[in-house]
Design a protein around this ligand. Structure first.
Ligand code: AMP
Length: 283
């Protein structure tokens, strides 16, 4: 497994892989890897010939007062996980290598980024779409792998890739969870043991939403009300949002939809902001 921090060297390596007509997959991450990340690398491994993982804590997607400086950085362990999961190349750029001080370009996806995470974290998705655009240009993949865990993010990336004609297929992989249901996240390591118990209520609430959706006559708004009621009764949790929205547009759905809907929750437990979601199948 190659480990490379220079964008130009990665581009050189990718060019030689392309000359061999091998399919390339990329898995962008911010490191502090867990089994969720591992599942993305393994999905790529089973799907393409050459697997690139990227590890970069992207400063431009963190707002002032967010956790950029304390975000966990565990490079040695991360490289072990990448190796075990079958990565061929790990790209570990520095911030200086990614952003020149004279840079003037930002990639901005408009309406999808005005709601939910975009509304609560101004500028976050500009940072995400710009860095993913750069990572796709550097790694020139046939496929790029993202987690459903960051549901809005994968929609924003799909929109960007379509709008800007990137010749890349976006693959969204299922959420990997702890045994009690908590969605795996690099931020879970911030939680104290009592906060960890409180955090478990998020996935329990999504389970409730999933089961309500399968009962005839239950409207999305009733599910969202029930989710908010359940979460409001949990002490030690501050809800950012708990909604049921169209899974393509992220707009509210009031009637039982024809297409997919998704229940999304963001909540703060102690100082840790957690997000999770579940696709709802209305039958
Ligand atoms: P991050 O390092 O948090 O930026 O995440 C890198 C990628 O891993 C993103 O596409 C995430 O959606 C994905 N990811 C994070 N947590 C999970 C999880 N529990 N299950 C599946 N994918 C995940």
């Amino acid at each position: 497994m190659l480990v490379e921090s220079s964008p130009i060297e990665v581009q050189r390596q990718v060019r030689s892989v392309r000359l061999q007509r091998r399919l390339i997959g990329v898995v962008p991450t911010m490191g502090a890897l867990h089994d969720g990340h591992r599942s993305l690398i393994e999905a790529a491994r089973s799907n393409v010939d050459y697997v690139i993982a990227t590890i970069f804590v992207n400063p431009t997607q963190f707002g002032p007062g967010e956790d950029f400086s304390r975000y966990p950085r565990t490079l040695d362990q991360d490289l072990e996980i990448c190796r075990a999961a079958g990565a061929d190349l790990v790209f570990t750029p520095s911030a200086a290598a990614m952003y020149s001080s004279s840079a003037q370009t930002v990639v901005k996806v408009s309406s999808l980024t005005t709601v939910l995470e975009g509304a609560h974290r101004p500028g976050h998705f500009d940072g995400v779409s710009t860095v993913v655009c750069k990572l796709l240009n550097i790694t020139d993949p046939d496929r790029a792998y993202f987690g459903q865990k960051d549901f809005q993010q994968q929609l924003v990336i799909r929109q960007m890739v379509n709008d800007l004609n990137f010749p890349v297929e976006i693959v969204t992989c299922p959420i990997v969870r702890e045994p009690d249901g908590l969605a795996m996240s690099s931020r879970n390591r911030y939680l104290t043991s009592s906060e960890r118990v409180v955090a478990g209520e998020i996935s329990k609430t999504l389970k409730l939403a999933e089961s309500m959706a399968t009962s005839a006559g239950v409207a999305p708004s009733m599910i969202a009300d029930e989710m908010r009621k359940k979460l409001a009764s949990v002490s030690g949790m501050e809800i950012s949002y708990a909604v049921v929205v169209d899974a393509m547009t992220l707009q509210d759905v009031s009637q039982r939809p024809d297409g997919d809907a998704v229940a999304l929750i963001a909540a703060r437990v102690g100082t840790t902001r957690l997000i999770d979601n579940a696709i709802l199948q209305f039958r």
